[in-house]
Design a protein around this ligand. Structure first.
Ligand SMILES: NC(=O)c1ccc[n+]([C@@H]2O[C@H](COP(=O)([O-])OP(=O)(O)OC[C@H]3O[C@@H](n4cnc5c(N)ncnc54)[C@H](OP(=O)(O)O)[C@@H]3O)[C@@H](O)[C@H]2O)c1
Length: 361
């Protein structure tokens, strides 16, 4: 792999785009060369284009403040010639995003995407680097379909499932996870909002997030899937059922999980699997990988969204309240930061994996 990679952020003025910039400004391998957004922002210095939409806890990084925003759709070839790969998080129609990401890939510019558009394209890997890192081996088949040498699209999964899938996946290998019921309690930043831009969410809960329950039930099956004949074949188990609620929290998605196993483990066995679990991201010591991916809290009132979402820079999963259930085998709660682990941070970690495994050279 190279020592440093030049990267572009497509959708840099959006909420996830801003997160990318705050993570990348101090990154040991990646250097932001291009910021791009809609034609509305193109041609303006980044600080003017983002203006009052800047909503990170820290200031706009000096290295991008004065960069002239490029046109994400009009300047594809130019951007592709300036960078080693791009991160993409844009608010456009699904078919437009699909086409845009393939245009970058066909211009020999790999795309690491936050968008959902390509999550179910069979030869596009959807990766949580600790769990299914081996799915990136489908990339040569995708390159063959696209007719590219370097270009490809890789995606991260939806933010809602990044709390419960990491907790369940390592248990499945040992005890066979059969049925999962999950209720998620999701932060407003997941909708690209703050309390200033969505005042109706103060003191409120909304029992509907468009498309979220389908994603929460279906996407885990692709993560559990395997590569066969150049595509990822989704698994047909475990079975998931989900209800997703929007709650008045700025950042952090919590899940309340009920699980039934093929072979019911003891509580101690579950805790020991979580404690010892390490994935490819930890083996490779990737810069954004948490040292301990799964943290178990023994206190009855933990984890809490406000207290624990930033655990290991917002990249670790917090779990608590594991106990036996009267209808399922066990129940527990889990928490992850939706715009760090669940969005920009998860994509940066995926890009690190792709670099370390030689897919970005
Ligand atoms: N927020 C989350 O926690 C989260 C988590 C996971 C995935 N995602 C996904 O990430 C993507 C971005 O989400 P977000 O919350 O960051 O959205 P957002 O705050 O609304 O930002 C959207 C970005 O897309 C750009 N854009 C809009 N129309 C465009 C066009 N026609 N051509 C090129 N660029 C265009 C915007 O540029 P302008 O500023 O110039 O309009 C802006 O940079 C979405 O697909 C979302 O589903 C979000």
């Amino acid at each position: 792999m190279k020592k440093t990679y030049k990267v572009g952020v497509i959708g840099a003025t959006g909420m996830v785009g801003q997160r990318f910039l705050t993570l990348l400004c101090a990154h040991p391998w990646f250097q932001v060369e291009v910021v791009a957004a809609s034609p509305r922002s193109a041609g303006k210095p980044y600080c003017d284009a983002v203006g009052k939409k800047w909503c990170m806890e820290t200031e706009i990084p000096e290295s991008v403040r004065d960069k002239i925003v490029m046109d994400a759709t009009g300047d594809v070839e130019k951007i592709a010639s300036m960078v080693d790969f791009v991160f993409c998080a844009v608010d456009m129609k699904k078919d437009e995003i699909k086409a845009l990401e393939e245009r970058y890939a066909k211009a020999e510019c790999p795309v690491v995407s936050n968008n959902s558009a390509h999550r179910h394209t069979p030869d596009v890997p959807m990766v949580i680097p600790e769990l299914n890192a081996d799915h990136i081996r489908v990339i040569p088949a995708q390159r063959a379909r696209l007719g590219t040498k370097r270009g490809f699209v890789a995606v991260k999964s939806n933010c809602s499932l990044q709390s419960y899938v990491p907790a369940l996946y390592p248990l499945d290998g040992k005890f066979g996870v059969k049925d999962v019921l999950v209720c998620t309690y999701q932060a407003i930043s997941g909708a690209g909002k703050t309390f200033e831009t969505w005042p109706e969410m103060v003191d409120n809960v909304i029992p509907f997030i468009g498309g979220e329950e389908e994603k929460s039930e279906l996407e885990p099956l692709k993560i559990w899937g395997h590569i066969e004949d150049g595509v990822i074949v989704p698994a047909d188990s475990p079975k998931f059922t989900a209800q997703c609620l929007r709650v008045p929290v700025s950042n952090g998605h919590m899940g309340a999980v009920f699980v039934r196993f093929e072979n019911k483990p003891t509580k101690e066995e579950i805790l020991s699997v979580w404690k010892d679990f390490k994935g490819r991201a930890q083996e490779l010591e990737l810069p954004s990988a948490p040292k301990q991916f799964l943290h178990y809290f023994t206190e009855d009132n933990m984890p809490q969204t406000k207290l624990n979402r930033m655990l290991e820079n917002g990249m670790a999963i917090s779990i608590g309240r594991l106990r036996e259930d009267t209808q399922y085998d066990y129940k527990f709660v889990c928490l992850s930061h939706n715009t760090l682990r669940g969005a920009a941070g998860g994509a940066v970690l995926l890009a690190e994996l792709l670099c370390a495994e030689g897919y970005m050279d």
